[in-house]
Design a protein around this ligand. Structure first.
Ligand SMILES: [Zn+2]
Length: 433
């Protein structure tokens, strides 16, 4: 392990300073790593300061955009370009330069895997459009519907005209949120991830984004972490979501999205009840829907992963029932490790834990709506070129594993390292040699 890798854990990138001071275990340490510093015009400053005080620095953003045309990330020398965006509400923020995500340091906020290692690459610019204002998503389901109209057929997320999908489905949206907020990545220099940090990253990510021409921040309620001192404020925020977002207007039924960690699923006389961590109210689904979801998202519903510290994340499409209950129309579910890294099976949770315990920096590639895509199970970002991790031997995935072996032979021919684990054997030593 090199000196820099052995450095004391620091905050994950992008963490607002004021929240740090209030966080559990927050120690108020300053973020002095180069990986977190950016430059606007002639001024270098920590990214989290810019994110927290975007309004205060509006004049600096404007000047950098006029004089230089872009911001700069100082995680590498020479510095890398950053896009300066300004939302319709006039809030500035920085984004990675298209196609340059791989060049950033793996611990940097703007680091991304190459486009062939993410399901995002399968969408057209119509489905996910990035411009100077932010990201616009074309979602496959309607977020409002006139009761007098028949239930609309779900817009297809299937690729048309070649590879490009023209809309983003629920699982695609969940993976996009996770990947954009860098929650698919882990670096040993980052502080242990909690729901509190996930919420912070996700909230930053959705600012300035839109979904079906509506503000994503209005359409999506990310369950805030529970703190006694904020309990009343959080309850009020959810009430606002119910009233302003979901309440029926005239003959229009409105829908919204709720993102949270599933704590419990129970059966009642009226159907299935989902309870979420950090959230008091429950969500209700029919037994038929619950059965379909269990078939579609088998790993997230299996009990075996829980003993390895795994959690389940749900993105719910919801509406209000006539009695005022939150009714689940559809859901995408995702199994994640204790550090909220996505995993496709309980074996992958074990591997994700082993990689984190072994001090490795890694990313979990996610498929979005492309269930047939073949990616490595994990990509190690602390080697050059990146190495890959494969977990083999999950019953029922033989043909998939076979396709992966073909792909791995290709990567290895290009010099990439490979760690393989057949789950019938003990977990291999994954520490960096
Ligand atoms: Zn960078």
């Amino acid at each position: 392990m090199t000196g820099s890798e052995a450095a004391a854990p620091r905050d994950e990138p992008g963490r607002p300073h004021s929240d740090r001071a209030n966080s559990p275990g927050g120690d108020g340490t300053s973020c002095s790593d180069r990986a977190d510093r950016v430059q606007l015009a002639d001024k270098a400053l920590p990214l989290h300061v810019l994110r927290e005080h975007a309004t205060k620095y509006a004049a600096l953003f404007t000047r950098a955009r006029a004089e230089v045309g872009h911001g700069q990330c100082l995680c590498q020398a020479p510095a890398l370009r950053l896009v300066i965006r300004c939302s319709r509400a006039g809030r500035y923020h920085l984004a990675g330069w298209p196609g340059e995500g791989e060049l950033h340091d793996p611990s940097c906020s703007f680091h991304k895997l190459a486009s062939e290692l993410t399901g995002r690459d399968a969408y057209s610019t119509e489905a996910i459009r990035e411009d100077d204002e932010g990201v616009a998503i074309r979602f496959s389901a309607a977020l409002a519907r006139k009761l007098s109209d028949p239930e609309p057929a779900k817009a297809s997320t299937e690729p048309r005209e070649g590879r490009a999908r023209r809309t983003v489905g629920l699982l695609g949206l969940l993976h996009w949120l996770w990947e954009s907020a860098q929650l698919t990545a882990w670096h040993p220099r980052w502080r242990r991830r909690s729901w509190w940090l996930c919420h912070t990253h996700l909230s930053e990510q959705i600012t300035g984004c839109s979904i079906n021409h509506e503000n994503l921040a209005d359409a999506l309620y990310v369950v805030p972490p529970f703190r006694r001192e904020y309990a009343r404020r959080n309850t009020a925020a959810f009430e606002t979501f119910l009233v302003t977002r979901l309440k029926q207007r005239l003959d229009t039924r409105r829908r919204g999205l709720i993102l949270g960690e599933i704590r419990d699923i129970s059966f009642t006389r009226y159907g299935v009840r989902y309870t979420l961590a950090h959230h008091r109210g429950a969500l209700f689904a029919t037994i038929a829907l619950d059965e379909r979801l269990r078939r579609s998202y088998r790993p997230a519903f299996s009990n075996t992963a829980a003993e390895h510290g795994a959690r389940r994340i749900g993105l719910f499409l919801v509406e209000l029932s006539p009695k005022g209950n939150v009714r689940v129309v559809d859901m995408a579910a995702m199994l994640v490790s204790g550090l909220y890294i996505p995993a496709d099976s309980s074996h992958e949770v074990v591997m994700a834990n082993a990689l984190a315990d072994g001090g490795r920096a890694y990313v979990k590639p996610v498929r979005y709506d492309g269930s047939d895509l073949v990616f490595p199970d994990f990509v190690l970002t602390d080697t050059h070129p990146h190495s890959y991790v494969e977990v083999y031997g999950i019953h029922g995935r033989e043909s998939y594993d076979q396709r992966k072996r073909v792909k791995q032979a290709h990567y290895q021919s290009q010099g990439a390292g490979l760690i393989e684990w057949d789950v019938a054997e003990p977990v291999p030593d994954v520490r960096r040699r």
